[in-house]
Design a protein around this ligand. Structure first.
Ligand code: PHE
Length: 344
């Protein structure tokens, strides 16, 4: 009996199944109801009682070996089966993935930048966390002046105290940095995110995006400003778009103006969007105040300049007739998908 078991053990150890049928015949041969193990247990009954102990152990170990072998081969063949299945399906089409779309604000920002680049403007960027000097003081906002309230500011507290660090309220801060760092002439636009402490609604948000512009050189006049903005508007909204300037106030420009364009939705006939006036405001602008030039060590007798600033959301609203600002930051795929055709 021991001899038989040795023989079978060798057979089991060297057994490899090539397919499910071979494995099944292995199971029947060793583990089946009329299989070898069953027979050996029958034979075991005839073993003398003093040999039963040793043989019982040997026989049990042999049974475990056969079962373990069967289980391993079975597990292996299952995984093999799966992999061979996927190999067979090589001709199936791939799963495919959806290509994303550019965010409408990115599309419009790109368009704005490209128009100004054609006019020789560079692109400048600066920090979103700013100090009081770059966001306010250098721009001629007097200390404690109510003009600071025009832009509700998120201050960053230092040790529980309201410090002079804040989230920038406009990208005019980048203009200050540029004027401080170099020498005129300057001709650049500053795109970026800005923050204001406002309750979120369809018409206001606590952050939005701006593109501001600055041009400083000898003999720059308001006429240059008008010409540049007129060209910009024709490029962005199409030829025939009318412009008008209304006097306004900003601490950093003198004179200051707000610019309206003929409503791009109703072409000036009057609609809900332009509140039936035919005009919509799109930006603020003016001649850089001499105090700002002096604050940044630029000779205000030699140099003059203009500045302007617009909200990208506002321009996007006009271009795509999006009425609720909140849509821009909700990441709703149904909204964003609509801009898919405007890729690249
Ligand atoms: N900085 C102004 C704002 O955020 C916009 C502006 C820029 C106005 C430059 C005039 C000149 O409202």
């Amino acid at each position: 009996m021991q001899e038989k078991i040795n023989q079978y053990t060798a057979e089991i150890n060297s057994f490899q199944s090539k397919n499910a049928e071979e494995l099944e015949s292995f199971r029947i041969r060793f583990l089946g109801t009329k299989g070898i193990i069953k027979d050996l247990f029958e034979e075991f009954k005839t073993v003398s009682s003093e040999d039963k102990r040793t043989f019982g152990k040997v026989l049990n170990e042999f049974k475990q070996l056969a079962e373990a072998k069967y289980q391993t081969l079975k597990d292996g063949s299952e995984t093999d089966d799966n992999s061979s299945k996927s190999e067979q399906d090589l001709t199936l089409p791939g799963e495919g993935f959806e290509i994303g779309a550019r965010h409408p604000l990115s599309l419009v920002r790109k368009e704005i930048i490209e128009i100004f680049k054609k006019l020789g403007f560079n692109v400048a960027e600066g920090p979103e966390v700013e100090d009081d000097w770059h966001n306010f003081s250098a721009l001629n906002f007097p200390e404690e002046h109510p003009a600071r309230d025009m832009q509700d500011t998120f201050f960053i507290k230092k040790g529980g105290e309201k410090g002079d660090i804040a989230l920038r309220t406009h990208t005019s801060s980048v203009q200050v940095r540029m004027m401080e760092a170099g020498k005129p002439p300057f001709r650049a636009i500053m795109p970026g995110r800005v923050y204001r402490n406002e309750a979120i609604s369809a018409r206001a948000h606590c952050f939005f995006h701006q593109v501001e512009g600055l041009y400083i050189d000898e003999n720059v006049s308001f006429a240059d400003l008008k010409q540049t903005l007129f060209y910009f508007v024709q490029e962005l909204f199409g030829e025939g778009t009318k412009v008008r300037f209304r006097p306004s106030y900003f601490p950093f420009t003198e004179p200051s103006a707000e610019m309206d364009i003929s409503c791009s939705i109703c072409k000036g006939d009057g609609c809900q969007f332009c509140k039936h006036s035919g005009w919509v405001e799109i930006l603020g602008c003016g001649m850089v105040d001499p105090n700002v030039l002096e604050n940044t060590n630029i000779d205000s007798k030699k140099y003059t300049g203009y500045a302007f600033g617009m909200g990208i959301e506002r321009i996007t609203n006009l271009k795509y007739q999006i009425k609720d600002l909140r849509l821009f930051s909700e990441n709703d795929i149904r909204f964003l998908k609509q801009f898919q055709s405007e890729m690249i």
